[in-house]
Design a protein around this ligand. Structure first.
Ligand SMILES: Cc1cc2nc3c(=O)[nH]c(=O)nc-3n(C[C@H](O)[C@H](O)[C@H](O)COP(=O)(O)O)c2cc1C
Length: 367
């Protein structure tokens, strides 16, 4: 039986050669939103990982929407120029299709890098004002955001559309919007963070209104042949929070707004909203969303082995598998998965001598 994981998938006008995706991963290493040598090295390596699609980290659409001082942005010509060099490098030397995740951190902005504490920036660390649907902090000790005015909404919508235009100019193969992990768009959708009593709050339809406005603006800026997706929340994992049923409703609305796929992630709407630490913890929700929405679905979360990823796709629970930490651990995860599943993957000729057919050592290390 040919591997399901290594079968191609078509998203809008793009054919991705296999179902393996490098999940977006913030590197907290940019200078005022501008990528540098670290991104060149990190992404250049992961473009040669065997994954069909490499999605760049949360890339923020306005300066105030960055999570940390080190987060990548796409809000200035400097950001765009630097990213252009990185994309060109990945294309010259790598095999993966390239996607980008566009994001706004909302009330989780103005925080420390993980290795500096991952808390709100203190007064001596050059903090900045944050915005959110409601003036509620992410948790104790976090900044209290300003509840967004209609002017803020208009500015953020324009920022998403502008960043999408820059991403199109940079010829990304796919663009996705960050609707998860407690950042701005998720915080509008979740009833735990959106307590507005205007037309942008209340029912799920009201809470989705601003994020869907963003989606329509972005869709209008992105050619129909370029896949546009969203990483959404399968569950807030808290009483009164978002559930799999809400994810289905959102996925249907995103489909109607012209999106081509969703990625099911979960958790982090508040400081104490944590997903269960179990293998494939988002898979049952992905399966539900795939079945009930009819959209192509990717999922993520404690998927670490080739057999696990293969089974999820082969059993029709998801169309694509994203992995984050497994690729940090082993940047050639896709090569090893191909060997294990008897599939082919393109390696650069410089590394061909380590392919299983040419190197007996591959069998000695088990795959
Ligand atoms: C270093 C690191 C940075 C991350 N940054 C992002 C990000 O920019 N955008 C995002 O949606 N998820 C981000 N995540 C979450 C991952 O994409 C992924 O959903 C999560 O790690 C679970 O998958 P895993 O078990 O394969 O690691 C990050 C995870 C890690 C480990």
């Amino acid at each position: 039986m040919p591997s399901a994981l290594f079968s191609p998938i078509k998203l809008a006008g793009l054919t991705v050669p296999n179902r393996i995706v490098v999940s977006p991963m913030c590197q907290y290493s940019a200078n005022d939103g501008v990528g540098n040598d670290w991104h060149m090295t990190h992404l250049g390596m992961l473009a040669n990982s065997g994954a069909g699609l490499l999605v760049l980290e949360a890339t923020h659409v306005e300066r105030l929407g960055r999570i940390t001082h080190g987060c990548l942005g796409l809000y200035s010509d400097d950001c765009e120029d630097a990213l252009g060099h990185i994309v060109a490098h990945c294309r010259r030397n790598g095999t993966a299709k390239l996607g980008i995740q566009l994001a706004h951190a909302g009330r989780k902005a103005s925080s420390q890098r993980p290795w500096q504490g991952a808390k709100a920036l203190s007064a001596t660390e050059d903090p900045w004002p944050t915005i959110a649907p409601s003036a509620l902090p992410f948790g104790p000790g976090w900044h209290t955001p300003r509840a967004m005015t209609e002017d803020d909404m208009a500015r953020v919508r324009a920022a998403f559309a502008d960043a999408a235009k820059r991403a199109v100019r940079l010829s990304f193969d796919a663009i996705e919007l960050h609707f998860a992990h407690g950042y701005l768009l998720h915080s509008f959708v979740s009833p735990l963070s959106n307590k507005r009593n205007d037309e942008f709050g209340g029912s799920l339809a009201g809470r989705m209104r601003f994020p869907l406005d963003v989606v329509r603006d972005v869709r209008a800026a992105v050619p129909r042949s370029t896949p546009l997706g969203a990483r959404i929340t399968g569950s807030d994992w808290l009483d009164g929070g978002l559930t799999g049923d809400d994810a289905v409703t959102l996925a249907k609305a995103l489909k109607a707004a012209g999106l081509d796929y969703v990625d099911i992630s979960s958790g982090n709407i508040t400081y104490d909203s944590r997903p269960p630490n179990e293998p494939g913890f988002n898979v049952p929700i992905a399966e539900q969303v795939r079945r009930d929405s009819g959209l192509a679905v990717r999922t993520v979360g404690l998927i670490a082995t080739a057999q696990q990823a293969e089974a999820i796709v082969a059993e029709g629970k998801a169309d694509m598998i994203a992995l984050a930490r497994a690729f940090l651990d082993n940047p050639h995860w896709g090569w090893h998965a191909a060997a294990e599943l008897g599939a082919e993957v393109v390696r650069p000729p410089q590394y061909a001598r380590a392919a299983p057919a040419l190197w007996p050592g591959a069998a000695m290390r088990g795959g």
